[in-house]
Design a protein around this ligand. Structure first.
Ligand code: FES
Length: 106
């Protein structure tokens, strides 16, 4: 069967620091990618779950940006602790982390 049980995209786009839009890379996205990638491997999910580097996902103002399919859950992931929560709860557990959804940002 082609495809994955879950497919995760982490924006690692980097812009010039002077760019007013900022970029996910400068907000710590590498650390977030590492937590998700290594964590999925340690959880034995290789083959079922794919963690991919992505270019700009066009939600820069809410970044670091992570999107998880098939749920199409768009997350704002400010810290590695938040990345760990997404790993445990959503990527492994299958339950959306409501508090980190961009749609729920106040
Ligand atoms: S720089 Fe990450 S969403 Fe645009």
């Amino acid at each position: 069967m082609t495809g994955y049980k879950r497919h995760v995209f982490v924006c690692l786009n980097e812009r010039d620091p002077a760019d007013p839009r900022g970029s996910c890379k400068h907000r710590g996205a590498e650390g977030i990618f590492k937590v998700l990638k290594e964590g999925a491997g340690k959880a034995g999910l290789e083959g079922d779950v794919r963690i991919n580097r992505a270019g700009c996902l066009d939600h820069c103002e809410y970044g670091p940006t992570v999107v998880v399919y098939p749920e199409a859950a768009w997350y704002h992931v400010p810290t590695v602790d938040d990345a760990n929560e997404i790993l445990r709860t959503h990527v492994v557990g299958g339950k959306i982390v409501e508090r980190l959804l961009m749609d729920n940002m106040g």
